[in-house]
Design a binder for this molecule. Structure first.
Ligand code: GRG
Length: 308
């Protein structure tokens, strides 16, 4: 896939080979994740953590983090430990989300869910292990970044994962289950926190590590908030239109559970239109960065065109 991206009237249209970019980045991330987590005593917990961490997935979050660090003038090496940590936190949120007490799913990333293989007790602990190790990994493995920027990254990520971010979004989601009168405002809250907060942290933390200015962090944060919401709208659409094989997890769950989603409020066509508008608004935030923003712009387009 080669995406042509309009960078504004004063600049020529540039092309960017997103497919090759994503494949190369994914390869590097897989290697980094594999070596991040060796199996030591007690083996069971490390095996359970590795089972989900190395189960595939698009690796969108670490890719965003590396791209953002480079956009802001840093190197991929500076951001790789944080990129891995973001994937660890994302993976732990999937493990816990799939538990019987939450979404109760048997499949994730085309494989049996963690608790189906290791049991609920070990799955909970595997999630806890990944969450805590993520922060240890940033603190101990980040190189060539001023300590103040590493500290800021850890604080930003902790906030995004906590009750003011992922956890808060999940709580409101769980509490909304079975209700048919969930408002658009509540739906926006759920997804801005449950999905958006971590995506935003990926983009912002990459730039913090590179030493970006407050104004640039603000632009990148707005970019990420928009693509985060677009990502979730597309996720809701795919739950209706894609197959279990495409998704690697149970399809049609939202409709079956009678869940209020963006398509249930707006219909599929309007949901697609809203997602496209959010991506366009997101991309406008990055105009000031010129061609340095090409990877992030192309990833923003990928979010609405993806099939899983
Ligand atoms: C973070 C402490 C802490 C707890 C987690 C369970 C929970 C609290 C939150 C749920 C978060 C959740 C499951 C959000 C859904 C996000 C989402 C759209 C996931 C799918 O992401 P993709 O498509 O998946 O990037 P892959 O498999 O490609 O990585």
């Amino acid at each position: 896939m080669v995406l042509a991206t309009e960078m504004g009237s004063s600049q020529p249209e540039s092309s960017f080979d997103l497919s090759t970019y994503l494949v190369k980045r994914k390869e590097a991330i897989e290697v980094a994740l594999d070596s991040a987590l060796p199996v030591i005593y007690p083996e069971k917990i490390y095996e359970a953590m590795r089972y989900s961490l190395l189960a595939g997935g698009k690796r969108l979050r670490p890719i965003l983090c590396l791209a953002s660090c480079e956009l802001a003038g840093g190197t991929a090496d500076m951001a790789m430990p944080t990129a891995c940590a973001l994937e660890m936190i994302h993976t732990m949120s999937l493990i816990h989300d799939d538990l019987p007490a939450m979404d109760n799913d048997d499949y994730r990333r085309g494989k049996l869910t963690n608790h189906k293989v290791y049991g609920d007790d070990i799955a909970i602990l595997a999630g806890d292990g990944l969450l805590t190790y993520a922060f240890e990994f940033i603190a101990t493995k980040t190189e060539n970044v001023p300590p103040q920027q590493v500290l800021q990254t850890i604080a930003y990520l902790a906030r995004a994962a906590g009750a003011g971010g992922l956890i808060g979004g999940q709580v409101v989601d769980v509490e909304s289950e079975g209700k048919t009168d969930v408002s658009l405002e509540t739906l926006n809250y759920i997804h801005a926190h449950k999905t958006g907060a971590l995506l935003e942290a990926c983009v912002v933390c990459g730039a913090i590590l590179a030493g970006a200015s407050a104004a640039d962090l603000q632009r990148l944060s707005r970019f990420a908030q928009n693509i985060g919401l677009a990502f979730q709208i597309v996720d809701d659409i795919l739950d209706i239109t894609a197959t279990q094989e495409q998704l690697g997890k149970t399809a049609g769950k939202d409709v079956k559970a009678g869940k209020v989603t963006f398509p249930s409020l707006w219909g599929i066509e309007e949901s697609r239109r809203q997602a496209s508008q959010l991506v366009a608004d997101a991309k406008a935030q990055l105009a000031v960065f010129g061609s340095k923003a090409l990877p992030l712009l192309a990833i923003a387009d990928f979010i609405t065109s993806r099939s899983n």
